[in-house]
Design a protein around this ligand. Structure first.
Ligand SMILES: [Zn+2]
Length: 290
C-alpha cells in the first residue's frame, strides 16, 4: 500500500506531558492494527468483557452488530463501562487528514487549525479571480450557513488507505468547502470549476495522534461500539463481513503541532470524481519534506 513510502516514525516512542507534569507514555489507538488492539482489550476491559460473557457468546453465536448491541449481555451498563475503560487506557486516537495545502510549514508551526471559512473564501476569490465577481460572491453567500456550521471543524479517519482509496477527493481537490463553492459557480465554456482546484497545492496525507480528550464523547462511543462488534465477531467466530470502514473523528478544536506524527504525498489516489480511476500525483515533495 501507499504507506510503504512513508518513514516509520512509530519507533520514536511518543511521550505526552500530563497536566501534573508527569511524563507518561502515549498509548495510541491505531485502527489499522486490528490484531494489536484486539489483543489489548483484555488488559483494560477484562472486567467488562469477562470470560463468562465470551463463553456465552461462543455458544449462542449471535450476530455482533456495532449499531445494535443487544447481543451483548447487560449492554445498557456494559457499553458505558467499556467506553470508560477504552478512553482510560488509550491517550490518543490515530487519525489521518487528507488535504491539498499550498504550504505544509504552517501545520508544523501552528498545528492544525479547524476550518477557517473566511480564509478559504479568500483563497476561492483568488483562484477564480477571472470569473465575474458577482458569481463568486453569490456562491460564497449561498454557503454562509454552512460556513458558520463548519467553522473550526476538522475531519480525520482511522486509516490512510481508506482516505486514499475511498475519499481521494480531499487530496486531489482539497477542502470540501472549496469544492462545494466551486461546484456552485455557474460554469462558463463548459469548465467544471472543481477541476481547477487541482492546480493548487500538494496532495497530502497527514498522520495525527489526536489526544483522546479532543475527540467528542459521542465519537468515543462510536469507536467503542466498533471495537465491541469486532471483539464479539471474534468471540462468536461469526464474521459479518461488512468490510473495513474505519472510524471517523470530527475534531472541533485546534490540534497542537506536536500531535503531527508525519505526512506523505501518495503517488496513486483513487479519484471519486473521475469514475474512480487512479489519479497519478507527480507532486511527491512539499516545502517541508522537499
Ligand atoms: Zn511533504
Amino acid at each position: 500500500m501507499m504507506s510503504s513510502a512513508k518513514k516509520d516514525i512509530s519507533a520514536t516512542l511518543p511521550t505526552v506531558l500530563a497536566s501534573n507534569n508527569l511524563v507518561m507514555t502515549a498509548k495510541v489507538f491505531d485502527w489499522r492494527k486490528r490484531k494489536s488492539w484486539l489483543a489489548s482489550i483484555r488488559h483494560y476491559a477484562g472486567h467488562v468483557l469477562t470470560a463468562e460473557i465470551r463463553e456465552h457468546l461462543a455458544l449462542a453465536r449471535p450476530k455482533c452488530w456495532s449499531d445494535d448491541l443487544s447481543w451483548l449481555p447487560d449492554s445498557h451498563d456494559a457499553v458505558p463501562e467499556f467506553v470508560a475503560a477504552l478512553t482510560g487506557y488509550y491517550t490518543h486516537f490515530k487519525g489521518f487528514h487528507g488535504c491539498r495545502p499550498l504550504k505544509l510549514s504552517s501545520y508544523y508551526e501552528r498545528g492544525l487549525i479547524g476550518q477557517d471559512s473566511d480564509a478559504l473564501s479568500n483563497v476561492f476569490r483568488e483562484i477564480f479571480a477571472d470569473v465575474p465577481k458577482e458569481n463568486v460572491e453569490s456562491a460564497i453567500n449561498k454557503f454562509a450557513e454552512r460556513r458558520d456550521r463548519e467553522r473550526g471543524k476538522m475531519w480525520l479517519v482511522g486509516s490512510d488507505a481508506h482516505l486514499i482509496n475511498d475519499c481521494g477527493h480531499y487530496l486531489i481537490q482539497g477542502s470540501e468547502f472549496l469544492m462545494a463553492l466551486a461546484a456552485n459557480l455557474s460554469p462558463a465554456n463548459g469548465e467544471d470549476y472543481r477541476f481547477r482546484l487541482r492546480n493548487y497545492g500538494v496532495p497530502t496525507v497527514l498522520e495525527i495522534d489526536i489526544p483522546v480528550e479532543l475527540v467528542p464523547a459521542e465519537q468515543h462511543v462510536e469507536v467503542a461500539k466498533m471495537l465491541l462488534s469486532e471483539w464479539g465477531q471474534l468471540a462468536t467466530r461469526n464474521h459479518l463481513g461488512f468490510g473495513d470502514i474505519p472510524p471517523c473523528y470530527v475534531v472541533r478544536s485546534d490540534i497542537p503541532r506536536e500531535c503531527i506524527r508525519g505526512h506523505y504525498h501518495p503517488e496513486r489516489i483513487i479519484d471519486p470524481h473521475s469514475g474512480h480511476r487512479p489519479y497519478l500525483n507527480r507532486l511527491r515533495t512539499c516545502d517541508v519534506c522537499g
